[in-house]
Design a protein around this ligand. Sequence first.
Ligand code: MTE
Ligand code: MO
Length: 530
Amino acid sequence: DPDLPRFRIAEVRKHGADSDHPWVIYGDKVYDITDWIPAHPGGQVILRAAGGSIDPYWNIFTIHKNQYVYDILSQYLIGYVDQADLVNGKPAQDQIEDPFENDPERHPSLITRTAKPRNAETPSEALSAQFLTPNELFYVRNHMWVPTIEDSKTDDYRLTVELLDGTMKEYTLRELKTRFPSRKVTAVLQCSGNRRKHMSDDSGRQTNGLPWTSGAISNASWEGVLLSDVLADAGFDLSEAMSGSSETQHVQFMGLEAYGASIPIKKAIDPQGDVLLAYSMNDKPLPRDHGFPLRAIVPGHVAARSVKWLNHITLSDEESTSQWQRKDYKCFGPNQTKVDWDAAPAIQELPVQSAITTLKLGKWLDSKTEPNVLKNDQDQAATSQNPPQQEISMSGYAFSGGGRSIIRVDVSLDGGGSWTQAYLLPDCVSKNGTPSPCQGHGAWSWKRWVFEGSVPLDTFKEKHGGRPDDPVTAAANSKTPDSGQKRCTTVLVKATDDAYNTQPESHAATWNFRGNLATAWHRVQVCTDC
Ligand code: MTE
Ligand code: MO
């Protein structure tokens, strides 16, 4: 309607989140979204765009790029942006707010996969260097921007708990901290996309999603209050739920930027489940990237359920309706690319995972002067033909979901033909009067492992395929000139948990188009020019 008024962008800005009539710009059109807010499925988050252009937000929430949504918006059209503020029919780039402009500073050692939103993995050396990953090196997986909560407002930060019958109870962060006993739980968070790049490289098939190597996993000590304590206080009948007769089947978590996910009630009320509403990470306040001031921690489950910037909990008879619950984090067969999302369950407990995170080649050992012993496997030494041997040392992590502990890590130096065991570091044992850093009822932390051994010369075969761009492979081969003379072997690792679950041999066998749960044996090619 060309008769509608034209507004300068300065005028639109007056209709921000705090105004009685919030406006947004989409393209060159101006909308008054006052009446849409109560009906908007993502709730108040739409106000983030108020007073400015909604385009950058819809580039993040791509679900809006849909005729259905445009039709809704068109009802609220009130005018157009004044020509004086348009460049090529759109508001000038410098007039459009950057949704990420308030994101925090990040440690330069993190390996950035995308900057906006921030997705970055822990560098491989840092993965096994410490049992507890330092906060600033903990991997970051953000779907949107990082919400800003001023320090002075932290104590009054509100969490709403909504029961199945609609009853609501609000808690300030101060109340959570003072009214409930605090608990510490040491737990890994692992993204369902960890090692996705290995899946696509090894199988030769592309996947959707960020190309993580081995660093979308980290371990920390979390402190907070038990979710079950808060639910009980809000009026939820824990004993009815324990008896299995509650209509409440899921706990839905919602973050301030409208990320949402849910967990089954069974996990939430399990007295050994250790689900936390956490406000501290490694004895410091949660960093902004990791959910400041409050996040869910769901130990043993895929990290997608550990919702950050948590501000709303809804008890429900159904799962969260978010795309991160109903789509995205599910697996299908290697042949299935057009899928019925509802046919597969959402990923919750994680399967067994392991990776090599450091690898160093040492001296060549002359078989006449050095004892020909693989330190970790006497048997293999006995059958060896005594050729010269290349010393090798490796370290890494192993983890299983559901609180199942890792009982063994197997290493192969010859592409999987023979195996020997790595040494599991006793990180969860009390030492010289220092209590164990591991707290909680399950094996929620990773096991770090180390291996030292040597590879007989005749194990190195003609050069064959590998992943030269994998950081571990690259570091291992940095001293080897890229000449035709190279001979290589593949070293690999797999782990087994206490239910005797272990990892699949190939990524091809578990390939899925979203690239979730890439847990196949981690292979690293090692070459010699000898
Ligand atoms: N919570 C909110 N509010 N927003 C998010 O984007 N990402 C989820 C989960 N919780 C996410 C979230 C995913 S997919 C992962 S892997 C973990 O947070 C990452 O947690 P981290 O960034 O602290 O490592
Ligand atoms: Mo994730």
